[in-house]
Design a binder for this molecule. Structure first.
Ligand code: 13P
Ligand code: SF4
Length: 323
């Protein structure tokens, strides 16, 4: 299958992009790898067809930013956090903020559907990723506005703590007063990391460094030695190749760093923190898609509704200009 995948990619001049959370069997074949911001930037520059191995919002963003190329995904796997930001609920929340006369800029984490990005774009807002969230939120606050941050309440609250501003979750007591008002969503994988896991590792290995993604809960983030997006964690690990560390983020990514960079890495969890959506894409799924493309019966071609595209692009482009 590996040889056939390579042969068909070459034959059809297709670029293969894979997020760091993809299985090794996919990641090893990819022409482009990265976190969500890096992949959005790299795929924007392409002139040839693309197969994107990741979750749906990533393929959709690639198509919106680069509408002239064909974008395929072996699996249209949906991120559970993106699913939490239901269009109707987001619209309701924005209506409530307006009714309360709150002067705000909506910022949606890129982990959201194209429709939600379009609602945000239409309301003067923009997207962010975990690597630029602080920069994007600062930009909004510097205009004297509040921020409505969605869907990830953890990322929103963690960014607020890093910046020394206040945060709340919409609907909670006195939520209107906070600088960053968060939608009530979270990542089902990063919620697995608990303060007791940090305690366990610190008791056992006093010198261990605790490294976490900002989608983890504020309670865990407060106890960490380093907090960063996927690419920032990778950079940190490369800079500390021998130090013992316990890492709180997705399993495939952490395991790869343990094998390739630092054998003294532990998973900061008592369960295996695999992202079910990222793991839906397998070598067999990639192979099947390429055979279908070769036989002229391509499927999972990413398309975004015309009425959604324009405003979603506004939200993405505003982020790209600031990144
Ligand atoms: P990155 O922006 O760090 O790639 O994160 C994407 C993601 O889905 C993390 O769970
Ligand atoms: Fe979505 Fe969480 Fe999976 Fe990232 S790890 S793709 S946020 S479910």
């Amino acid at each position: 299958m590996v040889n056939k995948v390579k042969e068909l990619l070459k034959k059809h001049n297709i670029t293969l992009a894979a997020h760091y959370y993809q299985k090794d069997e996919i990641f090893e074949l990819a022409d482009l790898t990265g976190d969500s911001l890096e992949l959005a930037k790299k795929t924007k520059a392409l002139k040839n067809p693309l197969i994107f191995c990741g979750v749906s919002f990533m393929g959709e963003s690639a198509k919106i930013l680069n509408p002239d190329i064909d974008v395929y995904m072996p699996k249209l796997a949906s991120c559970s956090m993106a699913r939490m930001a239901e269009e109707g609920k987001v619209e309701e929340n924005i209506k409530l903020l307006k009714e309360k006369n709150i002067d705000f800029i909506p910022i949606t984490y890129i982990n959201s559907s194209a429709k939600v990005k379009a609602i945000v774009g239409e309301n003067g807002g923009l997207t962010c990723t975990s690597s630029n969230a602080k920069k994007i939120v600062s930009w909004a606050l510097n205009q004297g506005k509040k921020v409505f941050f969605l869907p990830d309440k953890n990322l929103g609250q963690n960014v607020a703590s890093m910046m020394g501003v206040s945060s709340s979750i919409i609907g909670e007591k006195d939520w209107e007063k906070a600088d960053i008002i968060c939608y009530d969503g979270h990542c089902s994988v990063h919620q697995l990391f608990m303060p007791e896991h940090v305690e366990f590792f610190k008791n056992r290995y006093p010198d261990i460094k605790i490294v976490v993604h900002p989608e983890c809960s504020p309670e865990v983030v407060k106890l960490a030695d380093f907090v960063g997006s996927t690419s920032q964690i990778l950079k940190y690990v490369k800079e500390h190749p021998n130090e013992p560390m316990a890492i709180g983020t997705e399993f495939n990514f952490v395991n790869r760093m343990k094998k390739e960079i630092n054998p003294n890495i532990f998973i900061l969890s008592s369960t295996k923190p695999e992202c079910p959506s990222m793991n839906e894409t397998t070598l067999k799924e990639l192979y099947d898609l390429l055979v279908a493309i070769d036989e002229g019966r391509a499927y999972n071609v990413v398309n975004v509704d015309e009425n959604v595209k324009e405003n979603a692009l506004k939200a993405l482009n505003r982020m790209m200009e600031l990144s």
